[in-house]
Design a protein around this ligand. Sequence first.
Ligand code: ADE
Length: 278
Amino acid sequence: MNYYVLTLFPEMIENGMNTSITGRAIAGGYLSLETVNIRDYSLTGNGRIDDYPYGGGAGMVMQAEPICRAYEDLVQRIGTEPRVVYLTPQGRVFDQRMAEELAREEDLIFLCGHYEGVDERVLEEIVTDQVSIGDYVLTGGELPAMVMMDAIARMVPGVLSNQESGQYESFQDGLLEYPQYSRPEEWRGKQVPPVLLSGHHGNVDRWRRDQSLLRTLKNRPELLARVELDKKDRKYLQSLLDRTKTPRLVSAAPDDDGAVAAVLTEEEQKFLAKLLAI
Ligand code: ADE
């Protein structure tokens, strides 16, 4: 995967990407990164690349021509015309599925905007994908570009070691990740859930699946609605409802998933009852 980034702050991208796992992947040749400083394509030669917005209003707008020149110079040099991702809160919201789709590309160009925005005409001319990383406004496109490059890189063969690639499975099967524990068995009075020490792989797998269901229900119910639930999943979710409705059962139940966490709010109960009725 070859990343190209058109930006006013190349050092920000390079410092970020050359660190940790992406840094190792770049050094190992699994990823490549080239930054292009849009300022080098200033029309006036003094580094200025922005101007006042037509129609008035606060802030400055990045001009079309320097960006287009930076882009044309790049595609001529690399000899291909990759997809161009423009980072903007107005774009489609980035998610794991989009990361998987973009990971199939060989080359990707990211265009990072600043100030109040970028002249619309250059976006029409060169951009193939407008992408947002969430409903909040950042000061520029560099951090969103790095977020995307990091998420995409994880799916590029060779970037993660075998050990690393098994981790952070959240979203890969539509559910959030189950909780993890390491030594010691007891830390500040808190015990590791006994099932994880049992050595019974079947029970561990079931417990983890249940925890994923519980977390997804509590934190991201809209994701749970899209997951295919099997008989055992339904049985566990039904048991949560039953235990919540009959508090006596909470203490009577084997404390395998943390009875407190498993008590559902009224809203969660309603959501679950509807889900299980389908
Ligand atoms: N630029 C500023 N805010 C952004 C966001 N939330 N996503 C993508 N690009 C942005």
